[in-house]
Design a protein around this ligand. Sequence first.
Ligand SMILES: Cc1cc2nc3c(=O)[nH]c(=O)nc-3n(C[C@H](O)[C@H](O)[C@H](O)COP(=O)(O)O)c2cc1C
Length: 218
Amino acid sequence: MKELFGSIRRNALGLSLFAIVTAGVIAVAQTTTADRIKANIRAAEARALNDIIPQSAYNNALLSDTLLLTDHFDTALLGPIADGALAYRARQDGEAVAVLLPVVAPDGYTTNIDMIVGIRPDGSIAGVRVVAHRETPGLGDKVDRRKSDWIEGFNGTSLNDPAEEAWAVKKDGGAFDQFTGATITPRAVVNAVHKALTFYAANHEKLLYLKGDDTDGE
Ligand SMILES: Cc1cc2nc3c(=O)[nH]c(=O)nc-3n(C[C@H](O)[C@H](O)[C@H](O)COP(=O)(O)O)c2cc1C
């Protein structure tokens, strides 16, 4: 009897140890995966910033001239935003060149579409890039600049150009092309760019001129 209890206790101890080690391994794997995903998104964001505003167009420390959106703004107009989302400011000799906003389109075909929207001080679009998405290859993924130049169609647009009611895909009576067999993804991106412009219109003074969180004296 005594031996039986001893064996059960040993088994239970063994199982507990196994559970603890397994939980630890999973936790470490999840952290490293999460860190890797974060690092990938940061790298994609940095590429997007450079694509939208070429380095020759600004001479401030773009990556440090930032505002943590949740600290300084009511982000309701932007809709959902990622944790730690930063607005970046590009300046040439102190003069604002563009504000670059991280924007999330929550209504993609598959899931969120993460984007950077660059807006010039006059409220016109400097450029838009999708930095992370899981839309279907050959259908929704044409919003990705590496797959098609559709996203360039936003360049130079603003809240009034096209007119308010034309901020939609053509199928919905708007100015922007949808793709053959894929309307949901471009519709989501058009809506998100429009939201970024609305947010900019309501907050442009602060977005352009508020001292950054980490400005390195810029
Ligand atoms: C497997 C599969 C994947 C699809 N992927 C996308 C996609 O990534 N983006 C998209 O807009 N539509 C995608 N569609 C098509 C949509 O279901 C929808 O038919 C299309 O966007 C047209 O939308 P509409 O009816 O609002 O015009 C996919 C359909 C299937 C069957």
